[in-house]
Design a protein around this ligand. Structure first.
Ligand code: SF4
Ligand SMILES: [Zn+2]
Ligand SMILES: [Zn+2]
Length: 334
């Protein structure tokens, strides 16, 4: 009982529940929530992570940010894979250069890796040849003036492209065979919706996990939390006592993802299970592509990625987005 409100008991034991899963109709206490999240995580990890049977060490770069999602990701990976001699986990964090946000969240990320005794690597935007995000944001009004195609773009459009390069650089540095990302069910559903809004089939087909179809030259991504809703990730990270950074990036408001976050949660409220449906849809589309390929149809993808002539990253355009954005940011300084 709290403030006269009856808290329902857990469906598995007689403890008070901390969370109601609307899509399944179950109420769960802390312990059973952690069990349930762990089970889904481990099952999905088994599906996505193929370790060579012939031995040899597999290095996994675990992308962490200091936030709850990647904290749970690293904690569970250490728990499941930590005892294995044939797996090496390395945590990696990209420093985007955002005052008041990145430094404390980076401290959280470093602390978490230290607590779990996992090596910790970082790379900053200037080390990658990009401006700090705070500088990019300062130059955005000029960039928008000079390039009409950027007018609807929020800082995250630039940041996401640069961060991907940062993670690839870290993966290269540590010799990663696989990269683990902490995307939860809400993130995945938002991404699916955003790609559909843009009619971007190529990105839809490229969405992680990449177990079946690794992208040329890049460590395949795994996303073992993709079926776990954000609320459950948050509650589990709290229940496990993981330390994570709570504040949001100051450049986040206004991004397309923020608007999609609202859309997805409204959809879910209207029709529980919508998030699962969106992600299942992409799996079905990827499966169709696989079947078509097996049947000899190999021109489904509009454009196959080729190396960017400036930096060598795979791109489906003339140059990659990171190089295109870098040129815009540099021009805006003059
Ligand atoms: S919210 Fe946007 S700008 Fe901030 S770190 Fe994330 S992607 Fe970068
Ligand atoms: Zn219980
Ligand atoms: Zn490039």
């Amino acid at each position: 009982m709290a403030d006269g409100i009856q808290v329902p008991n857990c469906d598995r034991c007689d403890k008070p529940s901390v969370l109601f899963q609307r899509y399944s109709g179950r109420s769960l206490c802390n312990k059973h929530l952690i069990d349930s999240v762990h089970k889904r995580f481990a099952k999905e990890l088994r599906k996505q992570l193929e370790l060579p049977k012939s031995g040899g060490e597999t290095t996994i770069l675990v992308a962490i940010s200091g936030g709850k999602d990647s904290a749970l990701l690293l904690d569970r990976l250490v728990r499941i894979l930590g005892p294995r001699k044939d797996v090496k986990l390395v945590a990696g964090c990209v420093d985007e250069g955002i005052d008041g946000y990145r430094s404390p969240s980076m401290d959280c990320a470093r602390q978490l890796a230290e607590n779990l005794e996992i090596p910790f690597e970082t790379v900053s935007y200037p080390e990658l040849g990009f401006e700090r995000m705070d500088t990019v944001v300062d130059r955005l009004p000029v960039i928008r003036q000079n390039h009409s195609e950027t007018r609807g773009m929020a800082p995250c459009s630039f940041c996401g492209v640069f961060r991907r390069q940062g993670l690839n650089r870290l993966a290269e540095r540590v010799g990663a065979d696989v990269m683990a990302l902490g995307h939860n069910l809400d993130d995945m559903a938002q991404t699916v919706l955003m790609n559909m809004q843009k009619g971007d089939l190529e990105r839809t087909l490229r969405l992680a996990p990449h177990t079946d179809a690794p992208l040329e030259g890049l460590a395949p991504r795994i996303v073992p939390m993709r079926w776990i809703p954000e609320q459950e990730v948050h509650a589990s990270a709290m229940a496990l006592g993981l330390s994570f950074f709570h504040d949001e990036c100051p450049h986040a408001p206004g991004a397309l993802r923020q608007r999609n976050r609202e859309l997805v949660s409204r959809l879910e409220e209207d029709v529980p299970g919508s998030r699962h449906g969106l992600v299942h849809m992409v799996d079905a589309v990827k499966e169709l592509e696989k079947k078509a390929k097996m049947a000899g149809v190999d021109d489904i993808r509009p454009t196959l990625p080729t190396p960017c002539p400036i930096c060598g990253s795979p791109t489906s355009g003339d140059i990659c987005k990171a190089c295109e954005f870098t040129a815009m940011v540099n021009d805006a300084a003059q």
